[in-house]
Ligand binder design. Structure first.
Ligand code: PMP
Length: 453
């Protein structure tokens, strides 16, 4: 093999990149990371970057948390791998399921494991199809989600995701229906109050159910705060308006808490922050603080009971992954839950969220920032060409990408999403690190806005 010289060239020669703007990589090179220190990553050249994306929202305890590393090592020593099929599972799996039900908002429940958030959403959809068929409604299969939602990349979860880029795969599959994104600032109509906007979205849901037939709809999935859609908190009263409609029509409501779960919004679950009770929760990312690939479906009492009955009737739920309930993943998750809840991480999010917001409010005074939005430790700034009319920049200017690239050059990782810049740092961030984040971001914003204005 003719080995190219640099790490960057080697990466570009042999790796296929996901969700990456390739012209930009060809021009700028790949950031090849060797290790991390707290919330910083370090590349092969020794350059340090404050990762205000927590990896992909998931490295909430930073990149070198000793307790998590030790928990992983100890479990590798004890029992490095097993499955959860055929009536066997590891002791760690048993303990994690108990723990997840205990820390869930549910009084009782059951847990099923996957390797990722996408697979957890796929699993939930299959579970709903399985359940409704077992209850004599095999036609109850359609899935409701929202435009701008992100639920994953497998064929089913990508169909749930409400992003135009999935058309290159010929997705969504039939039977996946997308409703209006509950972002009042962007989708509220001229003269429409937030309350009227929410009422319109509730009517749209009711009309969709009437048009399609409740008996054809398997479930409704929603992130409490849309993450990869650009950090979009729900319009006020949104969940309170739609939940009674779903209940009335026996449509289970699934809270996709892959990002919001375990502290990101300031409480353990996004559904608690926004005060609604789903029928099931999808978890991943923060579940292991990013130290192991793992996802989980957590069923609340009603679905747990019904799925249990369906499994008893059919004798088997024919689904699962080789590494479902992996003992090392479970041991890490047990430790991660303890770290986030009991080592002050969730508390740090709550404590610093007002400071985060105040910083963004100040930054958003700029004429080219249309809106800042978010909660806890997940925020976005939306760039606009014209503030009063909310007119976006010409897409060809790639404004958010330019801001993110300038940040990278300054040693700050943040994410461009549409015309927004997303900040979702690890929960261990200190005040000084938050100041560093804002200082670098402001430099980048001013440089890029001066270029494009
Ligand atoms: N749901 C949500 C809300 C997510 O943010 C993501 C990942 N960003 C997923 C599902 C998919 O998770 P994964 O990438 O682990 O498949």
């Amino acid at each position: 093999m003719n080995q190219p010289q640099s790490w960057e060239a080697r990466a570009e020669t042999y790796s296929l990149y996901g969700f990456t703007d390739m012209p930009s990589v060809h021009q700028r090179g790949t950031v090849v990371v060797t290790h991390g220190e707290g919330p910083y990553i370090v590349d092969v050249h020794g350059r340090r970057y404050l990762d205000a994306n927590s990896g992909l929202w998931n490295m909430v305890a930073g990149f070198d948390h000793r307790g998590l590393i030790e928990a992983a090592k100890a479990q590798y020593d004890r029992f490095p791998g097993y499955h959860a099929f055929f009536g066997r599972m590891s002791d760690q799996t048993v303990m994690l399921s108990e723990k997840l039900v205990e820390v869930s908002p549910f009084e009782s429940g059951r847990v099923f494991y996957t390797n990722s958030g996408s697979e957890a959403n796929d699993t939930m959809v299959k579970m709903l199809w399985f359940l409704h068929a077992a209850e004599g409604k095999p036609q109850k299969r359609k899935i409701l989600t929202r435009w701008n939602a992100y639920h994953g990349v497998t064929a089913v979860s990508a169909s749930m995701t409400g992003k135009p880029y999935n058309s290159v795969f010929g997705l969504p599959l039939p039977g996946f229906i997308h409703l209006t994104c509950p972002h009042y600032w962007r989708y509220g109509e001229e003269g429409e109050t937030e309350e009227q906007f929410v009422a319109r979205l509730a009517r749209e849901l009711e009309d969709t159910i009437t048009r399609e037939g409740a008996d054809t709809i398997a479930g409704f999935f929603a992130e409490p705060v849309m993450g990869a859609g650009g950090v979009i908190p729900p319009a006020q009263g949104y969940f309170q308006a739609i939940l009674p409609i779903l209940r009335k029509h026996d449509i289970p409501m699934i809270s996709d808490e892959v990002i919001c779960g375990f502290g990101r919004t300031g409480s353990t679950w996004g559904c608690l922050t926004y005060d609604f009770m789903p029928d099931a929760i999808i978890s991943s990312k923060n579940l292991t603080a990013g130290f192991f690939p793992m996802g989980a479906v957590i069923l609340g009492p009603d679905l747990a009971k019904r799925v249990e009955a369906a499994v008893e009737a059919i004798e088997e739920f024919p689904h699962g992954f080789t590494a479902s309930g992996h003992p090392v993943g479970c041991a890490i998750a047990l430790k991660a839950i303890d770290v986030v809840m009991n080592e002050g991480l969730a508390e740090n999010v709550r404590r610093l969220a007002p400071r985060f917001e105040a910083g963004l409010q100040r930054i958003a005074d700029r004429p080219n920032i249309g809106e800042y939005r978010g909660i806890g430790f997940m925020w976005a700034l939306e760039a606009v060409k014209d503030k009063p009319s909310k007119t976006p920049f010409d897409g060809n200017l790639s404004v958010s990408e330019r801001i993110a690239n300038t940040c990278t050059d300054l040693g700050l990782i943040c994410r461009p999403l549409g015309q927004s810049i997303v900040l979702c740092p690890p929960f261990i961030l200190t005040e000084a690190q938050m100041d560093e984040m804002f200082e670098k971001l402001e430099k980048a914003l001013d440089k890029v806005f001066a270029e494009v204005a």
